[in-house]
Design a protein around this ligand. Sequence first.
Ligand code: HPA
Length: 228
Amino acid sequence: MKYAIVGGTGVYGGFSSSCEKCIKTPYGEVFVYLIEEEGASFVFLPRHGKTHNKPPHLVNYRGNIWALKELGVSKVLTTAAVGSMTEKFKIGDLVLINDFIDMTKNRPSTFFEGENGVAHVSMQEPYCQGMRLILQKKSNEKNINIAGEGIYVCTEGPRFETSAEIRFYHQIGGHVVGMTSVPEVVLAKEAGLCYGAVGIVTNWCTGMVVEEASATDILNTVNEKKRR
Ligand code: HPA
């Protein structure tokens, strides 16, 4: 199959005709759904596992991307719950991610372990521009509002950020914060996949408003958005 969707928090599929499969990879087994719907066939991969039991810092990023490659996928669309650090993106907005700042600390983040010499993948365009154009066009056709493009800061999690960290991330150019796009996008690039990411704004980042976001707020906002 050529296309895949990687579903983040709150996006678990719900497709009518699907078949479940476990793909063996050098990084362990990966669970996917193979979907045939309205004449389209694609892979759906729940990023956090079938039962949403893998927190962001323990997601099997290498296994997930390997499994997609194994299935012949060449284009991957992903979703990610994000917090907003800017007035430009409000709760419930959809953001096309166009770059990232990596603040993760402790994740296996490459397939290149030196067996075939030293390799460095380009990060000139980590998120596929062609896919952003298609997403923008399709959402216009379907009257789905996309709030704009933004830079994703990826933190290690699973804790949320401090107010000081958010001020810093905003100052260095970030717009939204999440815990999963890195190393996923990097591995996809190493594997030669075209990779796109839609951020679903679930909360204001720490320090932006007085009340804090809870995990339930995040899930409620994604569920609300998904209905569209
Ligand atoms: N910070 C980090 N990750 C997130 C957030 C946040 O505020 N919201 C959703 N994922």
